[in-house]
Design a protein around this ligand. Sequence first.
Ligand code: PPS
Length: 281
Amino acid sequence: MKETPEEILKLKIRSDDVIVATYSKAGTTWMQEIVWLVCNNANTKEAKNTRLVDRFGFVDLPQFSGAGIGLQGLENWPNDKRRFVKTHMPIEFLPNELQRAPKGKMICVARNPKDNCVSLYHFQLMNMMFPNPGPWDQFLVDFCEGSVQLGSWFDHVHGYWQLYQQHKDNVYFVTFEALKKDLKGEVTKIARFLEEELSEDQIDAITQHCSFSSMSKNKSTNYSDAADAGVFKFNVSKFMRKGEVGDWKNHFTINQNKAFDELYAERTKDWTLKFEFEAAE
Ligand code: PPS
């Protein structure tokens, strides 16, 4: 990414917009489904009947050729319906109205970089819209150097973390690992952040609906239509692949892990944001 197309920069943000912002493969789909249900009375029936890509707009692509709602759909979104926006853009590439003092409510999800990198690698292997990522050891070097589509994971994640530090009223930040550790607790916090009053039963219904086993079987969230269209090769890897913390251990060699830990320690030495790399007990 070198610069943002003008039409994205100019997108008008509405005061009741909900924006889910992530580095790709950090748990975007998971958070989108949680957010949509929290804002729609835990209507799991409608969520199952309508694909997530038709309930959430994807702002990053002005000429969206894939299925679902792109920039134009976001611009034309009915004024009387709450708008849901997904983005993977680094902060400096966001629409102008989101960059410094964001309007609407923004939820950022970040994932520990080792698992994020592994998930991205499998995604690029199976997604025919990406060039083949090549061998794992080269991809890991590219990821560490920020020579991948979204640029540096470190810059991306820290940019959103800083935005969150400055605007906690309308920016929420959560990690993939925290969602795994206590999904119900996080759903409750997200409902509070979005100022939606939900009953205990509704929170339970959302938590159940958003488990990995449920979302990976659900056609509205598992991207099986992209597989049917030949865009995602599910025989290479599923979109809902494992959904775990710690799968990086099956990919990193001892030396790769040592080098990554050194890079991570150096790049995050001034961060207040900390990640878990192991699954919770
Ligand atoms: S994308 O293409 O950037 O929007 O992908 P994204 O949705 O951010 O990330 C996909 C990974 O998130 C996992 N996932 C989940 N894990 C646990 N529980 C639930 N409910 C869930 N939903 C999605 C998905 O399996 C991908 O991770 P990996 O590690 O590849 O399995």
